[in-house]
Ligand binder design. Structure first.
Ligand code: NAD
Ligand code: DAU
Length: 339
């Protein structure tokens, strides 16, 4: 079995590569990644010598390059993680989100049609459902919730999902889609809430909370997401969408306070800054379908997962310091200075 994983040098894709090589020792994993600012070969360093692993640098929107890879490698399954993934960047510059997230998905599926594939799996997000109000804790996103997007990022991911469903219905491509809530864990790029707060707290820098910090996200430990995708590609039904989430809703401000407490840092580091434009209020996944059909349940409780994550950032300081001391400095200045 050969699995082509796109975006495997990023956060979730990287964790998925590690997970699959550990869980399926006889599988070959081929990682295709453009190595944008978010791709990091240090994330893949532990597996580079594994004979079952291969890395190819390529852009999923580059038709010639992707078709050549399929011609040479003939993968059985494709899992498409590759994407521009940060909402704030999509508000600054939407264009690349449309190119990678929509056209890149089209190129990957065209290659699957041309060369044949057992399964094409699209890694999507709960953000395609828009947001829920804070005063209706009884509401959750199910697979039937209408698509209703807020940011250029979520609009690009929703567009890709529609295209995936169209390729299934029109061309019979054997697809599945998963829509997961917010992930956290090792190798998370420090532009995102949890790793940004850990890195800043460790450096005694201000902790920039958008708006009042009331917005709610439904956090899932990244390994639980990887296990869900592994189940879907092997046992999920073709043409189906699966929501993934662990009923772990938390307000941003509470997450930041937990990080301060775990690291022994003062809450006086918390700084309230101008809110994100179009900021989604609350995400909350109903994971009943994946539980009933595939027996999936999250295994890592947030109280344990956040400790493991913080410990990982303490043990792997070089990994994130190399990032925050590089071109990320310019990004940080632009996004946060004087905000
Ligand atoms: P990330 O930004 O950490 O990693 C993205 C990876 O894709 C990087 O390695 C990057 O180099 C690569 N990439 C970007 N453009 C590419 C292109 N044109 N061709 C090839 N490679 C390219 O992202 P992440 O947080 O790991 O998210 C992975 C996927 O999961 C995305 O599709 C995202 O929409 C989805 N998702 C993320 C979360 C989350 O909480 N992070 C939750 C649900 C779904
Ligand atoms: O829900 C799944 C989505 O989760 C994925 O599809 C996205 O790829 C992923 O980036 C994530 O999107 P969010 O926008 O929810 O994640 P982010 O870490 O950027 O922000 C989480 C919350 O924290 C959000 O309400 C904004 C807030 N925030 C974020 C940053 C970076 C802050 O208050 N301060 C910050 O500095």
């Amino acid at each position: 079995m050969k699995i082509l994983v796109t975006g495997g040098a990023g956060f979730i894709g990287g964790n998925f590569v590690h997970y699959m090589l550990k869980e399926h020792k006889d599988y070959d994993i081929l990682c295709v990644d453009k190595l944008t600012y978010a791709g990091n070969m240090e994330t893949l360093a532990p597996v580079m010598d594994n004979p079952h692993f291969k890395f190819v640098r390529a852009d999923i929107a580059d038709r010639d390059a992707i078709f050549k890879i399929f011609e040479e490698e003939k993968p059985d399954i494709v899992v498409n993680f590759a994407a521009e993934s940060h909402v704030d960047r999509s508000i600054e510059d939407p264009g690349i989100f449309l190119k990678t997230n929509i056209l890149g998905t089209q190129v990957m599926m065209d290659a699957c049609r041309q060369y044949g594939i057992e399964r094409y799996h699209q890694v999507s997000t709960d953000e395609v459902y828009g947001d829920l109000p804070l005063d209706r804790p009884d509401l959750f996103f199910t697979e039937e919730t209408p698509i209703h997007t807020s940011s250029p990022y979520s609009a690009s991911k929703a567009s890709a999902d529609l295209l995936v469903q169209a390729y299934h219905r029109t061309f019979g491509l054997p697809v599945t889609i998963s829509r997961c809530s917010n992930n956290y864990g090792p190798y998370h790029f420090p532009e995102k809430l949890i790793p940004l707060m850990i890195a800043n707290a460790l450096n005694d820098k201000p902790l920039p909370v958008y708006g009042k910090g009331e917005n709610v996200r439904d956090w899932l430990y990244v390994e639980d997401h990887c296990r869900a995708i592994d189940l879907i590609i092997h046992k999920g039904s073709v043409g189906e969408v699966y929501n993934i989430g662990g009923h772990n809703e938390m307000a941003n401000i509470d997450i930041v306070k937990i990080i301060c407490k775990e690291l022994g840092k003062p809450e006086s580091l918390i700084t309230y800054v101008t809110d994100r434009k179009g900021h989604d209020m609350r995400y909350a996944i109903d994971p009943t379908k994946i539980h009933n059909e595939l027996g999936w349940l999250p295994e890592t409780m947030f109280k344990d997962g956040i400790k493991k994550t913080i410990q990982w950032y303490l043990d792997n300081r070089q990994w994130w310091e190399n990032i925050i001391n590089g071109e990320y400095r310019e990004y940080y200045k632009k996004m946060y200075e004087g905000r």
